[in-house]
Design a protein around this ligand. Structure first.
Ligand SMILES: [Zn+2]
Ligand SMILES: [Zn+2]
Length: 292
């Protein structure tokens, strides 16, 4: 069988969670965990879910046991799959309908230099664009629930995106933990991030996760880059990814070898540049500090 679309076991798993009472059990176990109870005893869980009929409650609980809920000596607790379901519900993936309001974003546009950036939330993604020239600087997914609830959405999105990219660059899928591969391309798919000659297509070998990213977005949190920026600049912590021209614009990227591809990114600081060389699989193969 190719893929899991026709897997009857997977369908059973979703049938097992498809009930209000069982969702309530998952929510209560999540709430208990957050309040410091790693597990809840049977009677306490039943009380919290609010089902008087023991047979009915037990029936629903048993549908979850072994898949979304562990039965342990001290009671019932969420499994990893149960936690993922709870997180997905909390992230609002299935229920929230956020409005696409526009927010002012800090920084300047790499294309025209204007300090008039804005961000909007649309189709479950944050888009940062220049109001003056219309360039789209950066965009990426962010869960709809927190997008509507958080008043620091842009900071949260920026941190989320950088961690996502850093995990992908390290070869691990940020969505499912499987292996992530990167391949270089000089093609620019529609609506991709940044304006560069070459990008990396990162893709999970098992799940849907993939992105087309400029090399600078992938190496932003590489230890050598973090160290260089921390020692040579004073404002790096204040500058979001969409404000880093070297990460998003072609002027900072050189093709040093064509076959196999090697790219060199030049990251400026006040008095020096960090040259970061990456291979065709986005691995950092060399770094050098060049005084200016
Ligand atoms: Zn602009
Ligand atoms: Zn994955």
């Amino acid at each position: 069988m190719d893929g899991q679309e026709d897997d009857p076991a997977a369908a059973d798993v979703f049938a097992a969670i498809g009930n209000e009472r069982r969702i309530a059990i998952v929510y209560e176990l999540q709430r208990a965990f957050r309040d410091g109870d790693a597990a809840l005893p049977y009677a306490e869980l039943k009380r919290r879910v609010g089902l008087r009929d023991s047979g009915n409650f037990n029936y629903h609980l048993q549908q979850l046991v072994g898949r979304f809920v562990h039965e342990r000596e001290d009671g019932y607790a969420l499994t990893y799959a149960g936690r993922k379901v709870a997180s997905a519900l909390t992230a609002g993936i299935f229920t929230d309908r956020p409005a696409g309001e526009s927010l002012l974003a800090p920084g300047t546009c790499y294309a025209c230099g204007a300090a008039s950036l804005s961000a909007r939330y649309e189709r479950e993604r944050v888009y940062v664009a220049c109001e003056d020239c219309g360039e789209e600087l950066l965009h990426g997914p962010f869960p709809p629930g927190p997008a509507t609830r958080r008043d620091d959405l842009l900071e949260a999105f920026e941190g989320w995106t950088r961690r996502w990219n850093a995990l992908a660059a390290a070869g691990t899928c940020p969505e499912c933990g499987s292996r992530m591969t990167a391949t270089v391309t000089d093609a620019a798919p529609p609506r991709c991030t940044g304006d560069v000659s070459h990008r990396f297509r990162v893709a999970c070998t098992e799940c849907w996760a993939r992105a087309n990213l400029p090399p600078g977005c992938l190496v932003r949190d590489h230890p050598r880059v973090v160290d260089f920026l921390a020692t040579r600049t004073t404002d790096v912590d204040d500058r979001p990814l969409w404000d880093l021209d070297w990460a998003l614009h072609r002027d900072s990227l050189d093709l040093v070898e064509g076959d196999p591809v090697r790219l060199r990114l030049r990251i400026p600081a006040d008095d020096a540049e960090l040259h970061v060389t990456v291979d065709a699989a986005a691995t950092v193969v060399e770094t050098a500090v060049v005084e200016r």
